[in-house]
Design a binder for this molecule. Structure first.
Ligand code: CU
Length: 474
């Protein structure tokens, strides 16, 4: 047993003597998103050996939609590298033998031509090694820079390197890794099946997907980031692009501190921070009250229609002095009216000659009048607007549905087991449009079918009145 310490001493000596700088040798601890390696807590530089692998693999970009991603380390974004100012990095880039393409890496943390791109150009089944010294602290993007560069980046080849300053960063309770990217697929957003890359859309900068961490829902539901009330959170947020700048915002939070463009300048009390393509920010905030906080690109169609939406779930004690939640909801009835009417003047239009034309015209009525609340999918919004898709309430009594559209509805109802208590205004639509839109709805989204005629609507208009529900229908 006496030999053991001397063996360790010998191997340490070899490690030191192998490098002129005589720095201790450490293998980098790389993490996959959204995780970040722990703070280094070193008071000296080191020789850091980084072993990263490029892998081309099919993964889901959205539910039921597959895409051939090109990755650093098998994830989008690639693995997070954490080093210290003054570290000497020995970077090993391996390209998996199953790859179809050569790849390389341009690290924005490198001072040197191409950020290491030419030195790291690697054919499938090979490994390249190069060295660099981390001269500047900061948070840096890395990406593949093999031609066509835009395509390699668009396929997900980017990630972040954090270079801690001497002395480290101020401690926080939680650190997470989020990276935005825009994606271009031959099918439209959500079109199922395997979707190849679309170079034409990429050149025109017409993104089908704008995503945090490489897929729709990558940071939602049980994959949401988490924190407890009172904790401080630091987000390392990068933007891989290839094309779009990000207006990064957390709904319901204010960033106490933002390292602008991930540099040394600090801004305080920031609502939305701009992250250029090929750039990053470190954003910190303390969470004060529990709930779900939604990360978005505040170029807001990207969030709600292209996927740029993630979640931070915060648990802990409420503080009603900071946020009360809804304390009252009263019906607002100006000038003493009952249910409000929404008027919708319509030009004269050709009457539908058959059910197919009713469906066609009804769809237009739906899009103009109903879709904003009940959604294009007919799914509604939980807690606010009931679903029309597969709706038991609708299918049970289509005549009642006529009354709802022309006279409005208020009071609690249950639809498909979910409770709702909002107000549906009486729609000021001509009888024919009511007939068409209800025919459209009855024959969409797995509802039971059938038609509603103009005569039925006219009859209900004469007889009916506002429906007041008491929640006991089901
Ligand atoms: Cu590449």
């Amino acid at each position: 047993m006496k030999a053991l310490p001397s063996i360790i001493a010998l191997s340490l000596a070899m490690a030191f003597s192998a490098h002129a700088s005589e720095l201790p040798v450490i293998e980098a601890n790389l993490t996959s998103p959204p995780l970040v390696p722990p703070p280094l807590e070193r008071d000296h530089p080191a020789k850091v050996v980084v072993k990263m692998e490029t892998v081309e693999k099919v993964m889901e970009i959205a539910d039921g939609v597959e895409y051939m991603f090109w990755t650093f380390g098998g994830t989008v974004p690639g693995q997070f590298l954490r080093i210290r100012e003054g570290d000497e990095v020995e970077f090993h880039l391996s390209n998996h033998p199953s790859s179809k393409m050569p790849h390389n890496i341009d690290l924005h943390a490198v001072n040197g031509p191409g950020g290491g791109a030419a030195a790291s150009f690697t054919a499938p089944g090979h490994t390249s090694i190069f060295n660099f010294k981390a001269l500047h602290p900061g948070l840096y993007v890395y990406h593949c820079a093999t031609a066509p560069v835009g395509m390699h980046i668009a396929n997900g080849m980017y990630g972040l390197v954090l270079v801690e300053p001497e002395g480290g960063l101020p401690p926080v309770d939680r650190e997470y890794y989020v990276m935005q990217g825009d994606f271009y697929t031959q099918g439209a957003y959500g079109e199922r099946g395997f979707q190849p890359f679309d170079m034409d859309k990429a050149i025109k900068e017409q993104a089908d997907y704008v995503l945090f961490n490489g897929s729709v829902g990558a940071l939602n539901g049980d994959k949401a980031l988490t924190a407890d009330v009172g904790e401080t959170v630091r987000l390392y947020v990068g933007n891989g692009g290839p094309n779009l700048a990000s207006s990064f915002h957390v709904i319901g939070e204010i960033f106490d501190k933002v390292n602008i463009e991930a540099g040394t300048a600090v801004n305080n009390n920031v609502q939305t921070t701009l992250i250029p393509a090929g750039g990053a920010v470190a954003a910190e905030f303390k969470v004060d009250v529990p709930g779900n906080y939604i990360m978005v690109d505040h170029s807001i169609f990207r969030a709600f229609n292209k996927g740029a939406l993630g979640m931070i779930t915060v648990e802990g004690e409420e503080d009603k002095t900071i946020y009360s939640g809804k304390v009252a909801e009263n019906v607002y009835l100006p000038e003493g009216s009952a249910v409000q009417s929404i008027s919708s003047p319509q030009p004269e239009r050709k009457r539908a000659a058959n059910k197919e034309e009713q469906m066609l015209y009804g769809k237009r009525v739906y899009e103009a009048n109903c879709q904003a609340c009940h959604q294009g999918s007919g799914e509604g919004i939980p807690g606010a607007f009931p679903p029309l898709a597969k709706s038991d309430f609708l299918n049970e009594d289509p005549i009642r549905a006529i009354d709802v559209v022309i006279h409005g509805l208020k009071g609690p109802i249950k639809v498909n087991g979910q409770s709702f208590d909002s107000i549906m205004p009486a729609m000021q639509l001509p009888d024919e449009e009511v007939a068409n839109v209800l025919t459209y709805v009855l024959n969409s989204w797995e509802n039971k079918g059938g038609t509603v005629s103009i005569e039925q609507v006219t009859e209900r208009r004469a007889d009916g009145e506002t429906i007041i529900m008491d929640g006991s229908v089901h």
